[in-house]
Design a protein around this ligand. Sequence first.
Ligand SMILES: [Zn+2]
Length: 359
Amino acid sequence: MLGSGILHATTFHKKLVTGTLICFLTTHVHAGVVLLYHHVDEKTPAITSIAPDQFNRHLDIIEAEGFTVLPLDELVKRSMDVSRETEKNDDKIVAITFDDAYRSIYSTAFPNLQARGWPFTIFVSTRLIEQKNPHYLTWAQLAEMSMHGATIANHTDSHTHMIRRLDAELADQWRDRMRGELLTAKNLLGKHGLDSNLFAYPYGEYDEEILNLVGDLGMIGFGQQSGAIGPHSNPLILPRYPLAGVYVGEAAFRDKLRSLPFPVLHPEVEPLVSDNFKPSLELSFTNDSLNLSRLTCYGPGGLMTLSETSGTKVLARPTKEVSVGRTRYNCTLPKGNRFYWFSQLWIRKQSDGSWYHEP
Ligand SMILES: [Zn+2]
């Protein structure tokens, strides 16, 4: 049993999974990488910041590695649509995203992206813009950037922890509140001519019900778990690489940029752990020609214990419990000078059942 429950694949997802048969009969490789930044600033909290010269270094590497920077919706389409006829591999495509709409996107990142003619996406919590908070972009700045290659997308209205129910809140009330978060942001963006069906989960947190809600509203959802997008990805919880703090180094950045979607049929696993704090993760590979002896997974306590349960299935077990807050298991498998990359989020409440504090 994986985690505390397996999510039902959406119809869209099922269609894509069926389509994978085609994928492995063609020689084309589909792989899309999405980068996630917040502040591009030296004076803001390190955990959500990258220094401007390091950010520019990332842009230089993208160019030097021969990657094409695409608008986010096009990257999703090209990396997931196995039926698409392509002249060449779609395995060097990348999209640049920013969460939270901080001012430094306009003052520091935008001029550099505009000079290169590169598109990018900003996920906006609309209430913070409406309140004219000086740390955040203005509607005028968002509109200006949208005229020059930016997609302005949904990050809820209030930047709430979506999976957290309020005290005494009934399930229906919570669902209505979350629907309101999504639709208020959507409507405000639309009012400013910035309509988009792209959505990013605040803090990268989700559960089964949230994914269903996002799917019901016809949105494409992005998390903060690492990995590349491919034909098997779930369009409700697509991976992105958070690039801030200690995770901005150039060698690691190159590995992430070059990463490939794990050829694994990953049933989406409910991330919230409530009784088993050492959840194992079963990876079910789509073909048996991979050399799984080079598979490595890292989790709490470091290297995870791997056991092959069949020719195409591996069970990864952590050596320690997942800690309170958010934890991720990261699995990689080398392929030439690139890595297949997969990450699974886990969420654990405090021992008294209350939610952890955000740093
Ligand atoms: Zn955010």
